[in-house]
Design a protein around this ligand. Structure first.
Ligand SMILES: [Fe+2]
Length: 316
C-alpha cells in the first residue's frame, strides 16, 4: 500500500474510533481498544517511529474526547492518570511488537528476494555459458530492454520486471543441444525447428519455479513479430504485450551486434538501420525510435543521423 493511501487509512480509522467514542460514551471501554487497529497498522508500515507517533495521536484523540465528554470521566484525577498510563503502555507495547515483527518479516522477504535474484542471475549465466557465440546475451538483452523501458518512462517496478524478463527470455536454450546452439554454419530446417522449441521449453521451466511465473511471457513471446509471422503463436501487433515487443527489439539488436557462428558482429549503424527497416513489420516502430533515442541519451549512439525517422512501414 502506498504511503499516501496508508496515511489516509490511518487518519480515517483514528477519526472513526474517536467519533464513535464521542457519540457512544457507554461503550468507551470497548471502543478505546479499537485504537489498536491504526497503531498496529502504523507499527507495521512505519516501524518503531510509526508505533510511537500513532500511539501519541490516538491517546491525544482519546484525551480530547475525555475532555469534551466529562461524563466519561467517572474517576478521580489520579485514577484517570493511572488508567491513561496503563492504556498508553498497552497500546505502545502492541505497536512496538508489531513494528519488530514487521522488521523481521521485511528482513526475511529481502533475503528471499535476494535468493530469487541470485537464482535468476545464475540461470542467465548458465544459458549464456551454453551458447558460446552469444556471450552475455541475456545480460545484454536485459540491459537494452531496461534502456527502452526507462526511455518510455515506465514505473520502477515495471522496469525491474523487464530487467528479469530480459535475463530469462532465452532460459529454454538450456534444453537445446549444444551442437545446434554452437553450429558454425546456418541451421537446417530441422535444426531451426528444434531451436524454435526453446521458447516453450522456457515456459515449461519458468512455470515450475514459484515466483518466476511473471517472467513466462517474455520467454514465450520474444520471437513474435508484429506482422504475425513470428513464433510460437504467430501473434500480431496488438496481441503482443509491450514488454515482449521491447524484448524482441533488444534481442534482435544484441544478436546483430554480436559475433555469430556464421558471421562477425555487425556495426551499430547497420543493426539500427535493420531495426528501422523492419519497424512496423517485425518491430514496434515507436519502440525502435525510443531505443535509438535511449542510446543517444546514453551516449552510445555512434551516428546521430540514425535518429531521423524513416517512412512508416505498412503494419504500424
Ligand atoms: Fe530466443
Amino acid at each position: 500500500m502506498s504511503e499516501h493511501r496508508m496515511t489516509g487509512v490511518f487518519v480515517l480509522s483514528v477519526t472513526i474510533v474517536t467519533v464513535a467514542l464521542f457519540f457512544m460514551p457507554d461503550m468507551a471501554n470497548l471502543l478505546v481498544n479499537l485504537y489498536f487497529v491504526p497503531i498496529v497498522a502504523s507499527g507495521y508500515r512505519w516501524r518503531v517511529r510509526g508505533a510511537i507517533v500513532s500511539t501519541i495521536i490516538c491517546l491525544a484523540c482519546y484525551a480530547v474526547v475525555l475532555c469534551l465528554r466529562t461524563n466519561l470521566i467517572a474517576t478521580s484525577p489520579d485514577e484517570l492518570v493511572q488508567m491513561l498510563s496503563i492504556r498508553t503502555a498497552i497500546l505502545l507495547f502492541v505497536g512496538l511488537v508489531t513494528s519488530i515483527a514487521s522488521m523481521e518479516y521485511q528482513r526475511i522477504l529481502h533475503r528471499v528476494r535476494r535468493y530469487e535474484m541470485d537464482t535468476i542471475a545464475a540461470l542467465a549465466r548458465a544459458i549464456d555459458a551454453k551458447d558460446h557465440y552469444t556471450h552475455d546475451h541475456s545480460g545484454n538483452v536485459s540491459a537494452y530492454s531496461v534502456l527502452i523501458a526507462k526511455q518510455l518512462g515506465l514505473p520502477p517496478e515495471e522496469v525491474a520486471l523487464i530487467r528479469f524478463k530480459g535475463l530469462m527470455h532465452d532460459v529454454g536454450k538450456i534444453g537445446i543441444e549444444e551442437r545446434i546452439l554452437n553450429k558454425p554454419d546456418r541451421l537446417t530446417m530441422d535444426e531451426f525447428t528444434r531451436m524454435k522449441q526453446h521458447v516453450m521449453i522456457g515456459v515449461d521451466i519458468l512455470k515450475r519455479v514459484d515466483g518466476l511465473d511473471l517472467l513466462i511471457t517474455g520467454a514465450h513471446h520474444h520471437h513474435e513479430r508484429l506482422d504475425g509471422t513470428g513464433y510460437p503463436e504467430g501473434l500480431t501487433a496488438e496481441q503482443i504485450s509491450l514488454h515482449d515487443r521491447i524484448l524482441g527489439i533488444a534481442d534482435a539488436y544484441d544478436a546483430m551486434t554480436a559475433d555469430r557462428p556464421y558471421r562477425k558482429a555487425l556495426p551499430q549503424a547497420t543493426a539500427l538501420l535493420e531495426l528501422k527497416r523492419c519497424a512496423g513489420i517485425q518491430f514496434d516502430r515507436d519502440l525502435v525510435y525510443s531505443f535509438i533515442d535511449a542510446l543517444d541519451a546514453n551516449g552510445t549512439l555512434e551516428d546521430p543521423a540514425l535518429k531521423e525517422h524513416g517512412p512508416s512501414a505498412s503494419m504500424n
